[in-house]
Design a protein around this ligand. Structure first.
Ligand SMILES: Cc1cc2nc3c(=O)[nH]c(=O)nc-3n(C[C@H](O)[C@H](O)[C@H](O)COP(=O)(O)OP(=O)(O)OC[C@H]3O[C@@H](n4cnc5c(N)ncnc54)[C@H](O)[C@@H]3O)c2cc1C
Length: 329
């Protein structure tokens, strides 16, 4: 590939909309291409692309490549990789941004492998310097922050949700339809059923507030107090691995190295020690509030605000106070 310029964002459709992380990537791509040059392109693979194309335009995409096919009605890695590859060939971008979600990671890895390109994962920062893109990401459980750049050809990256702002800048993008011949191999996997366990519940990875509980809550029954605080705040619920292992909640709630990575505006940790494996999944939260009875707990080393005391008493008191203030306003 030659003349690579600009950034291509691989759109992630989610519940009929573009995932927040896609909108955040488009916003960041716009800021970067303003400095480094080149267009912001977006590739949308969907059964009905129109709402996604409109959303990409609303957030400032210059071009939208559309792969409209019933094969893309639900996520299948190879179908979405084929679609992304067709757009990469057409757009010749210097960088490709995918979501740092399970689906986005699949697509990014598939594209990087087919392009024989560098893969930058879990970006929490991306800057343009002298026409190059420098990526930042935490590694070794968040204890080290590294700067990286892909030195050969196009760079493929995954972006951590919630780290970049989302900003509407309406544009009327050029829309380019791509015909993609899916290989037999790409269609081998058949999706028989999609089970959404969390219908109506705020998604953990995209939530702007997360209330998480750990073993310090004492029991599965007491964990409901965490859920109640989350409800009153309109927040998502998270958990430490200890209580997932205890069977209080399922693994989909787990935050950390072997769970989900979150980066909300506010993370409230209730009865969580702050072990490095938990911190790895939440340390980039903008504001961390910790409730722990042990003033020496590791979580206080990186919390912005701390409450030392019994979480089983403090969490419902907090819920009550927030409820009162909400009904007064
Ligand atoms: C390979 C590997 C991967 C891992 N991945 C993850 C991961 O993804 N996510 C994760 O979370 N962990 C992970 N862990 C486990 C991690 O090391 C910790 O064991 C775990 O995070 C501890 O959970 P916890 O803080 O809820 O429990 P504990 O370590 O038992 O801590 C409980 C805390 O609650 C406090 N407390 C007790 N009672 C109260 C009370 N009444 N009020 C207020 N505070 C109270 C205590 O002071 C303590 O700080 C991993 C471990 C390994 C080895």
């Amino acid at each position: 590939m030659s003349n690579q310029s600009g950034i291509l964002v691989v759109a992630e459709p989610k519940d009929g909309k573009l995932a927040n992380v896609t909108l955040e990537s488009i916003t960041q791509a716009r800021a970067l291409t303003a400095a480094a040059g080149g267009p912001v392109s977006v590739v949308v693979a969907a059964a009905e692309a129109a709402p996604f194309v409109a959303a990409a335009g609303l957030f400032g995409a210059d071009r939208v490549y559309v792969v409209e096919t019933p094969e893309a009605a639900v996520f299948r890695s190879n179908v979405f990789i084929d679609a992304a590859m067709a757009a990469i060939e057409a757009a010749e971008p210097a960088m490709v941004l995918c979501s740092g979600s399970p689906d986005g990671r699949d697509v990014a890895a598939g594209c990087a492998a087919r392009l024989d390109a560098g893969l930058l994962v879990d970006l929490t920062g991306l800057e343009a310097k002298d026409g190059r893109f420098i990526a930042t990401h935490p590694c070794f459980g968040g204890t080290v922050i590294v700067e990286k750049e892909a030195t050969g050809g196009v760079a493929v990256a995954t972006v951590r949700p919630n780290v970049f702002a989302r900003e509407e800048t309406p544009k009327d993008p050029e829309v380019i339809s791509l015909e993609v011949e899916f290989g037999a191999g790409s269609l081998l996997a058949k999706v028989l059923d999609v089970v959404c366990e969390n219908v109506g519940i705020v998604s953990l990875e995209e939530a702007s507030t997360v209330v998480a509980g750990g073993r310090g809550m004492g029991s599965a029954e007491n964990f409901k107090l965490v859920q109640e605080l989350a409800d009153v705040l309109g927040a998502a619920v998270g958990a430490s691995r200890s209580i997932v292992d205890e069977g209080w909640v399922s693994h989909q709630y787990q935050v950390g190295q072997t769970g989900k990575t979150v980066s909300p505006q506010l993370y409230i940790a209730c009865g969580i020690s702050g072990a490095i494996q938990h911190a790895a999944g939440m340390q980039t939260s903008k504001c961390i509030v910790a409730i722990n009875k042990d003033p020496e707990a590791a979580i206080f080393n990186f919390a912005d605000y701390g409450m030392v005391g019994d979480a089983v008493a403090l969490v419902p008191a907090l819920t009550e106070e927030i409820r009162k203030r909400k009904s007064a306003s």
